[in-house]
Design a binder for this molecule. Structure first.
Ligand code: ATR
Length: 277
């Protein structure tokens, strides 16, 4: 058996990705032999890149923008979560070269909140989710799984929120809310999650006022650069608990690492610091 385990990240662009740092940190920390590399791949080259990784005996790979949907047709099998979310971010290649597509984003979202807001009860009230793209799909799935009684789904393009709400089998628990009405929808929620890129360095901040939010509601942003987004600062100024997005990135990497390297790794303050520096 080859004990030098290879894994990587397929996407475009991938130059600024933190995933190589995270996985190579764990490889070293757990005394394993292997490496994780970023593999910049344009859409036309996806199939060839995957064949090459199979030939080279890779244990698997992460997959990111713009391939999270298109990789699905190249997988031999999808796990239940990837099937429900309709996107793959992790692939395992078995000894026969068969590909299993998985999605660990929902796990990353939940574990980050469990780590940084340990008392938070997902069943305690409705959640409002901002955005209706790929990240929102994973987060809505996660919230349903954790028993959120209702999800208010608001998006700049209302039709996308409606489509995502209707697509799920639990339509009655998801209510699409027009973007202009999001502030009034805050009154009863116990959790607010931004899944849009608004607030990321180089992007305009998220256009939202939080005055209607109950003081105990948790505010979470999946944007992690900067770590304290304007949204989180607004929440903190009002005295609301806040959870930053960096932990979601770290936690979603754990089950992928476990699939390839056989060890479920920990998220430590040292790793958080390394990723942020
Ligand atoms: P991801 O996979 O990261 O979720 P995506 O699928 O492109 O990315 O989705 C991005 C989401 O953020 C969309 O819901 C988008 O809204 P539209 O459907 O109206 O395009 C939302 N979004 C992007 N930029 C935004 C901004 N500046 N303000 C509010 N919403 C924004």
């Amino acid at each position: 058996m080859n004990n030098n385990i290879k894994a990587g990240l397929i996407g475009h662009p991938v130059g600024h990705s933190k995933s190589p740092l995270i996985h190579n940190y764990w490889i070293k920390k757990y005394g394993l032999k292997g490496n994780y590399q970023a593999i910049d791949t344009l859409p036309d080259a996806l199939e060839d890149t995957i064949s090459r990784l199979k030939d080279e005996g890779f244990a698997g790979f992460n997959i990111t923008v713009p391939h999270k949907q298109s990789v699905m047709r190249l997988c031999d099998k999808l796990d239940e979560t990837a099937t429900r979310i309709k996107a793959v971010n992790t692939v395992r290649i078995d000894e026969n070269g068969h590909l299993t597509g998985m999605n660990t984003d929902a796990f990353g979202f939940i574990q980050n909140i469990k780590q940084h807001a340990p008392g938070f009860d997902f069943t305690s009230g409705p959640a409002i989710v901002l955005g209706a793209g790929g990240a929102a799909r994973a987060i809505v799935f996660a919230l349903l799984k954790e028993g959120a009684p209702q999800i208010l789904l608001t998006n700049r393009t209302f039709e996308k929120a409606q489509a995502l709400a209707q697509e799920t089998l639990t339509y009655e628990r998801i209510e699409p809310v027009p973007w202009q009405e999001k502030e009034s929808a805050l009154k009863e929620v116990s959790l607010l999650v931004n899944t849009t890129p608004a607030g990321m360095a180089g992007m305009p901040p998220l256009d939202i006022e939080l005055e209607n939010l109950p003081p105990s509601a948790l505010v979470h942003d999946i944007v992690y650069a900067p770590m304290m987004t304007e949204l989180l600062e607004k929440g903190e100024r009002l005295g609301n608990p806040v959870v930053t997005g960096i932990g979601m990135l770290l936690h979603q990497a754990r089950p992928a690492f476990a699939e390839w390297f056989g060890v479920m790794p920990d998220v430590t303050p040292e790793l958080e610091e390394k990723v942020l520096s």
